[in-house]
Write a protein that binds this ligand. Structure first.
Ligand code: IMP
Ligand code: MG
Length: 180
């Protein structure tokens, strides 16, 4: 799988270090908040980030899963997101932290953020591991960002191409000829 990458952007160690720092940033914001915190990870891309991030968070929390699909099949061109699996728990009155792997066009987060607000969450914040510049509309804001990256298609650490490469421990750029 490593040979399918043209470049490694972040090693396992660099990611681990940054996720730990993000955990500290998030823990400060949610210290002593009542009512409790519900983490809403967007499946499937966030699973590895989620697993590492929540183990850096010391507070009580619930987890409510949601699954969206933006890249059906073997494509790297985003479509309008579609809810594949409904939010698995009620978020009314809860402080919600949405967790996603990457902010790209912002369509996914725009739709999840407005859904969570409509369902009566007390507060809505968002954490993403990666952020690509410039494409997201201004109403889509993220509160915690791991790394800013260039506008390249990346895989690994949960990020996929056609559902492959999620298990790579590092994050890298997929060789462009493989996405054609
Ligand atoms: P957005 O809706 O365009 O912001 O895209 C967000 C979703 O698209 C993310 O949750 C990812 O699953 C996927 N995505 C965006 N960019 C990439 C990438 O470079 N590699 C893999 N998946 C990506
Ligand atoms: Mg994906």
């Amino acid at each position: 799988m490593r040979s399918d990458l043209s470049k490694v952007l972040f090693t396992r160690e660099q990611i681990q270090q940054r996720v730990r720092e993000m955990g500290n940033e998030i823990a400060i914001v949610y210290a002593d908040l009542e009512p409790g915190l519900t983490i809403v990870p967007i499946l499937s891309g966030s699973i590895i980030f989620l697993a590492d991030l929540i183990r850096e968070l010391p507070m009580r929390m619930k987890i409510a899963l949601i699954q969206l699909s933006t890249y059906p099949g073997a494509t790297t061109t985003a479509q309008e997101p579609r809810v594949v699996t409904e939010l698995s728990a009620d978020v009314r009155g809860r402080h919600v932290l949405i967790v996603d792997d990457i902010l790209d066009t912002g369509r996914t987060l725009r739709s999840v953020q407005s859904m969570i607000r409509d369902r009566g969450a007390a507060t809505v914040r968002t954490a993403v591991l990666l952020s690509k510049p410039g494409k997201a509309p201004p109403e889509v804001t993220v509160d915690f960002v791991g790394f800013e990256i260039d506008d390249l298609f990346v895989v690994g650490y949960g990020l996929d191409f056609d559902d492959h490469y999620r298990n790579l421990p590092h994050i890298g750029v997929l060789r462009p000829e493989l996405t054609r």
